[in-house]
Design a protein around this ligand. Structure first.
Ligand code: PHE
Length: 457
């Protein structure tokens, strides 16, 4: 069968796809969310489950998503529909693409608010506010910021405009050029931070906390959260990787590229843990403090280190870029769909999408002040009302479900020859193993975890 081509263009090389997909994967999830989720869920056992989920469930799903994209060569909604028709299945599979686009919009709405915090922190870093800051000082600066809705709205707006600007320029223009510098730099800076944390913080306790698995602390909620996070961190379950896959040149090995991206992403998360927790323990801060964790610990580290203003500023700048390259991926599926189906220009599609996400962002802004309330999510106390609701709805429900259905689609609906053809680079046994995992292991593992969470097992 002749291969389709995407109307949106193509990555210029395999490396560009890897960098762009790593840019999409590495984001706030790794550096902001992973440490605080680990803290909220008791440490090592959570990390182990997260790693297991990455290896067993999400890497195979990542391959499945990229494959759907490359085969369909359109936005997730249209790729799913085209491939469903090809396989003689219901066109309703496109609803999976719809759920993903909506999830992307909701995630972007709060993602942009948190990225706004980072912009605000960048300003404070540059102006030396954190020099020799104490733990109390750092936490009061954080509280002041997040309880000031007007300030947050301003930063949120700036970040959203930045995002729209890049998305409106298309995939190749700009994005490719920045990721190749930013991704390696992010690694370098994280290493600098880990070295600092090792010298001035309590590295032993942090390593013990992150890698010593005490299964008595492992609640069903922690298992579910770890799995949801494995989807979130690799940008799976909502179509971003389908969209990025649709720009992937033919002939590039989907398996190898996916594994490289997943390994890099996991490394960043672990390094972030090693940068944050030594500081937490050395300053007697609470590991289970939630979303403020990184914002209250890293400034202390930077405040003490020689050249801290410089490194701190650079670090928050890179965090902005990490968030930026992920934010783009969050709305790419929707923007691509609008361009394909509504025949409007990319720029208008980006602006409209951005406006909706921006409006929704107000919910998150107010969750930290006027509208804040607390509740329990399967045993874990959540203190930030609607923000937590949106986060749970997307990361813990829609993304895992979306990922599961992507696996079912590739494993049970798509024509096997098409699947095999796309994974051409995989040697025979490798393909059989992967196909088995996608068809049986992934659905079974996810259902088991789910039954355990709802208390049936
Ligand atoms: N993977 C990104 C992160 O870890 C978040 C994201 C999710 C981006 C889904 C795109 C799509 O921050």
């Amino acid at each position: 069968m002749s291969k389709r081509i995407s109307i949106h263009g193509q990555w210029s090389s395999r490396l560009m796809f890897i960098l762009a997909a790593t840019g999409a994967a590495v984001g706030l999830g790794n550096i902001w969310k992973f440490p605080y989720l680990t803290g909220e869920n008791g440490g090592g056992a959570f990390v182990l489950v997260y790693l297991l989920c990455i290896g067993l469930i999400t890497i195979p799903i990542m391959m499945a998503e990229v494959l759907i994209g490359r085969r369909g060569r359109q936005s997730p909604v249209n790729s799913l529909q085209t491939l469903a028709i090809e396989a003689g299945a219901s066109t309703q599979w496109r609803l999976l693409g719809w759920a993903g686009m909506l999830a992307g919009l909701v995630i972007l709405s709060y993602y942009s608010v948190i990225a706004g915090w980072i912009l605000a922190y960048l300003m404070r870093m540059v102006t030396g506010v954190f020099v020799r800051v104490t733990a109390e000082g750092a936490s009061s600066i954080f509280t002041q910021l997040v309880t000031d809705p007007e300030r947050l709205l301003a930063w949120h707006t700036i970040f959203m405009v930045m995002t729209i600007k890049v998305v409106s320029r298309g995939i190749r223009n700009g994005l490719e050029k920045v990721v190749k510098i930013l991704v390696p730099m992010l690694f370098f800076l994280l290493l600098v931070l880990v070295v600092h944390a090792a010298r001035y913080g309590d590295l032993d306790q942090a390593v013990d906390y992150l890698f010593h698995s005490d299964f008595s602390k492992l609640t069903p909620a922690a298992v579910w959260t770890a799995m949801g996070h494995a989807f979130f961190t690799l940008s799976l379950g909502m179509g971003a990787m389908v969209a990025y896959g649709s720009y992937l040149p033919n002939g590039v090995s989907i398996a190898k590229a996916s594994i490289v991206v997943a390994v890099l992403d996991t490394l960043v998360a672990l390094l972030a843990g090693l940068a944050v927790f030594p500081v937490v323990f050395a300053n007697n801060l609470a590991a289970g403090d939630g979303p403020g964790l990184v914002f209250q610990t890293l400034p202390i580290a930077f405040g003490q280190m020689p050249g801290g203003v410089f490194f701190g500023s650079l670090f928050f700048l890179l965090l902005v870029f990490a968030a930026w390259t992920s934010a783009i991926a969050l709305i790419e599926p929707l923007v691509a769909w609008l361009v394909e189906n509504r025949e409007i220009e990319r720029i208008r599609a980006s602006i409209w999408t951005g406006i909706v996400a921006w409006l929704l962002g107000v919910v998150t802004i107010l969750s930290f002040s006027n509208w804040s309330f607390s509740f329990n999510f399967i045993g874990v106390p959540k203190r930030h009302g609607l923000f937590d609701v949106l986060d749970i709805l997307t990361s813990s429900i829609i993304l895992p479900l979306g990922g599961l259905f992507m696996a079912l689609f590739v494993g049970w609906v798509m024509v096997r020859e098409s699947v095999e053809d796309e994974l051409g680079g995989l040697p025979g046994v490798g393909f059989k193993l992967w196909y088995f995992v996608i068809r049986y292991v992934v659905p079974a593992a996810m259902v088991l975890v789910f039954l355990q969470v709802i208390g049936v097992l």
